[in-house]
Design a protein around this ligand. Structure first.
Ligand code: F3S
Length: 430
C-alpha cells in the first residue's frame, strides 16, 4: 500500500490495500496521490452525480477507451448514474459531405464502443450528453453545498458560482474515478477558505457587456484565481432569474477557457456573494477595472485565423456551452426581426444551434422549432469543437458568439448584435 498523508477511513484503507481487487486499488491510489499533490487532508463523500468529460474517442484517447473496456469487463460502475459531455457526431442534423463523413468515421472509430461502455458503467441515458447538464430539462442540477467531482470547465464554473455547489476543476478520468469511489479529495474549491476571492473586478462599462467578452477579460487577467465581480448586478439585477443564469452560463464558460476560473462571485447576485458579501474577499486582493475600452482591447486582441480573412462566413455555431430553451427562443425572435428588417426569408449562413437533446425536445413541442427551421437553421446536440477535429471542417470559415469555441478552434468570434446581422446578410462587413 502506498504512503499517503491523507487521513483514511477503514474502507478507504481497504480499497487502497487491494481488498476489492487490483483495479479498485489502482483507482484509489490515483485519487490518494491526486489528493496528496494538492494537500488534501481527507476524502469527502460526493453528494450528487458525476458529469464526465470523456465522451469522445479519438486516437489520443485510446488508453482511456481501453481503460473503460477493463472497467466493464470487471463490472465496475459509478456509485450514481452520471451525465456526460456532448457527443461528436450527428449526421442527421449537420450536413456533411461523404468525404467529411469518411474522415469523421476514421477519427471517431471507437466512438460506438466508448458509448456502449459508458452506458454499462453508469451513463444516465443516451439523452444526457450535454455540457449544460445542470439545466432543468437534463436534471443533473446540484444543490448548494453539494460536494462534486466534475471536470467540464463550463459546468464546473456554473455549478460552483451560480448553484453554490463545490467541485474542483478536475481532469477527465479523475472525475470518473471519483464517481466510482463516490468520494473526492477535499482541497481547493471544496473548502471554505479555497472559495475566497483573489481579485476584485470593478465593472465600469456603460451598458451590459457581452458575456463572452466580459468572461474573456476576467479569465485572461485572473487565470485560475477567483474573482469577486462588482457592478454586474446593476444590469442583471439581484435575482438569479433565467436571464441572469443564461448570462452567467456564457460568461463563466469564457472565464474558464481564457483563464482557468472554477468559481466567481457576483456581488449581490450569486448565492455565496449574497450571503457573505465582502467576507469572501481575501486580504490583499488585487483590483481589475473593466470599462468599455478594456473590453474593446481584449476582443481586438483575438487572432483571426481564417485562411481568407476577407471571405464570407461558411458556417455559424451558436450554443457553446449548450443553449437553454429560453436562449433558443430569444434567438428565434432576434433572427426573425432581422430577416424582416433585411427583407429576407432565409439565413444566408449555414447556422447551427447547439443544445441538449431534452432541451431540443421541448423546443420541438413549441412553435419556435418550425420557425427556426423555416429560416434554414439546424439544431443539434453535438459539441462544435469536436466537429472541428476533422481537418476538412476545421478550415471552414466558422463564426461563433462563443469565446470558448473561438479559443480552441480557428473559428472567429462575433458578438451577438453583429452576429444576427451577419447571419442574415451573409457577409462580415459592418
Ligand atoms: Fe460545451 Fe463543447 Fe462548447 S463541451 S462548452 S459545446 S466546446
Amino acid at each position: 500500500m502506498i504512503e499517503t498523508k491523507m487521513e483514511l477511513t477503514p474502507h478507504e484503507r481497504d480499497l487502497l490495500s487491494g481488498a476489492e481487487g487490483e483495479t479498485m486499488q489502482k483507482i484509489m491510489e490515483t485519487l490518494a496521490r491526486y489528493g496528496d499533490a494538492f494537500g488534501a487532508k481527507r476524502f469527502v463523500p460526493l453528494d450528487g452525480p458525476a458529469h464526465l468529460v470523456g465522451t469522445y474517442a479519438i486516437i489520443a484517447t485510446k488508453p482511456y477507451v481501453e481503460l473503460l473496456d477493463q472497467l466493464v469487463e470487471e463490472g465496475i460502475k459509478t456509485k450514481l448514474p452520471f451525465t456526460g459531455n456532448p457527443l461528436p457526431l450527428d449526421y442527421d442534423n449537420i450536413a456533411c459531405t461523404e468525404e467529411e463523413k469518411r474522415v469523421f468515421d476514421r477519427i471517431y472509430v471507437d466512438q460506438a464502443r466508448l458509448e456502449a461502455n459508458l452506458a454499462k458503467i453508469g451513463m444516465e441515458n443516451p439523452e444526457a450528453y450535454t455540457c449544460a447538464c445542470y439545466l432543468d430539462e437534463v436534471g443533473n442540477t446540484p444543490k448548494r453545498g453539494d460536494n462534486l467531482a466534475w471536470a467540464e470547465s463550463s459546468a464546473v464554473v456554473y455549478a460552483n458560482s451560480v448553484l453554490g455547489a463545490r467541485t474542483n476543476r478536475n481532469s477527465g478520468i479523475i472525475d470518473l474515478f471519483c464517481a466510482i469511489v463516490g468520494k473526492a479529495p477535499q482541497f481547493g474549491l471544496l473548502t471554505d477558505e479555497g472559495r475566497k476571492a483573489h481579485w476584485i473586478i470593478e465593472l465600469k462599462t456603460t451598458k451590459l457587456p457581452g458575456p463572452h467578452a466580459l468572461g474573456s477579460a476576467i479569465g485572461l487577467k485572473v487565470m485560475e484565481e477567483i474573482p469577486y465581480i462588482r457592478g454586474l448586478d446593476q444590469y442583471l439585477g439581484q435575482t438569479l432569474d433565467s436571464t441572469a443564469k443564461d448570462y452567467l452560463k456564457e460568461m463563466g464558460s469564457s472565464t474558464a477557457s481564457n483563464g482557468a476560473v472554477g468559481l466567481y462571485h457576483v456581488e449581490n447576485l450569486t448565492p455565496e456573494a449574497k450571503d457573505f458579501g465582502e467576507i469572501l474577499i481575501r486580504p490583499g486582493a488585487k483590483t481589475y477595472v473593466i470599462d468599455d475600452a478594456e473590453l474593446e482591447r481584449v476582443v481586438a486582441s483575438y487572432p483571426l485565423m481564417w485562411d481568407d480573412p476577407e471571405g464570407a462566413p461558411e458556417m455559424a455555431f451558436i450554443g457553446c456551452p449548450h443553449y437553454s430553451y429560453s436562449q433558443l427562443c430569444t434567438w428565434t425572435e432576434l433572427l426573425e426581426a432581422e430577416l424582416k428588417k433585411q427583407n429576407r426569408e432565409q439565413l444566408a449562413v449555414n447556422t447551427v444551434f447547439l443544445a441538449a437533446l431534452p432541451v431540443l425536445k421541448k423546443l420541438k413541442e413549441s412553435d419556435y422549432y418550425p420557425r427556426l427551421r423555416a429560416m434554414g437553421a439546424a439544431l443539434t446536440h453535438i459539441c462544435p469543437l469536436l466537429y472541428t477535429a476533422n481537418p476538412l471542417c476545421a478550415g471552414k470559415r466558422i463564426i461563433t458568439n462563443s469565446n470558448k469555441l473561438r479559443t480552441y478552434s480557428l473559428a472567429r468570434y462575433v458578438g451577438d448584435e453583429d452576429l444576427v446581422r451577419i447571419l442574415v446578410r451573409g457577409e462580415m462587413g459592418s
